[in-house]
Design a protein around this ligand. Structure first.
Ligand SMILES: CC(C)(COP(=O)(O)OP(=O)(O)OC[C@H]1O[C@@H](n2cnc3c(N)ncnc32)[C@H](O)[C@@H]1OP(=O)(O)O)[C@@H](O)C(=O)NCCC(=O)NCCS
Length: 173
């Protein structure tokens, strides 16, 4: 499902192969990669980033809606500043997990919250009844985003990725 979703300061859009340079500044940054799920293979060069983008773009049409992976572009200067995704949580693949990654130099400006609000309200319009976010207990910034979004703390679990994670959930109000 192709998506282009504007917010006040951002545009959420599909990834393109030409995004590799900008994507590497996000996913190649140690401050970001450190917090991603264990399935994430560190990306250290442009050709690896291109392969990842290629895989994401190829996989897109086969995902169960509203699952997807999107780029976050800042409207003001057209810079690609982050990515977000909605994906089915392992192992049961029933719950949709929202994930975020921002280029470290743009942290602290509310972009993750703004982009998430837009994608969540779009996802609820597609008919899903809840969205989850999971974060390592020490990932204070991710936990703060979940709380800022109004997500409720559900508990702690190891069932998703074989590591202890804080679980948050949001339902349409
Ligand atoms: C998680 C992550 C996306 C959070 O980024 P962030 O910039 O802290 O979060 P937001 O974009 O919501 O910004 C919130 C901050 O902007 C401030 N802010 C400024 N303007 C704002 C606005 N209009 N709306 C909301 N917050 C605003 C908030 O006060 C807050 O500041 P603080 O961090 O000093 O308290 C980022 O740290 C990251 O990429 N981490 C690595 C990847 C990761 O951990 N992902 C989560 C697991 S999938």
């Amino acid at each position: 499902m192709s998506l282009e979703l504007p917010t006040e300061r951002l545009l959420i859009r599909e990834w393109e192969l030409g995004d590799a340079d900008a994507a590497l500044q996000i996913y190649g940054a140690e401050e970001v990669a450190h917090w991603l799920t264990p399935e994430w293979q560190p990306v250290t060069d442009i050709s690896a980033m291109r392969s990842v983008l290629h895989a994401w773009i190829e996989a897109g049409p086969n995902l169960i809606p509203p699952a997807g992976r999107w780029a976050i572009v800042r409207k003001e200067d057209g810079q690609l500043v982050g990515g977000l995704s909605l994906k089915l949580l392992p192992p049961f693949e029933e719950d949709f997990e929202l994930t975020w990654a921002l280029r470290p130099d743009v942290w602290g400006q509310g972009y993750a919250t703004e982009a998430s609000q837009a994608i969540i309200s779009w996802a609820f319009k597609q008919g899903i009844e809840e969205v989850f976010a999971v974060a390592r207990p020490r990932n204070e910034r991710a936990i703060a985003v979940a709380r800022r979004l109004g997500m409720e703390w559900v508990g702690e679990t190891e069932k998703y990725y074989d590591m202890r994670l804080q679980v948050f959930r949001l339902r349409p109000s």
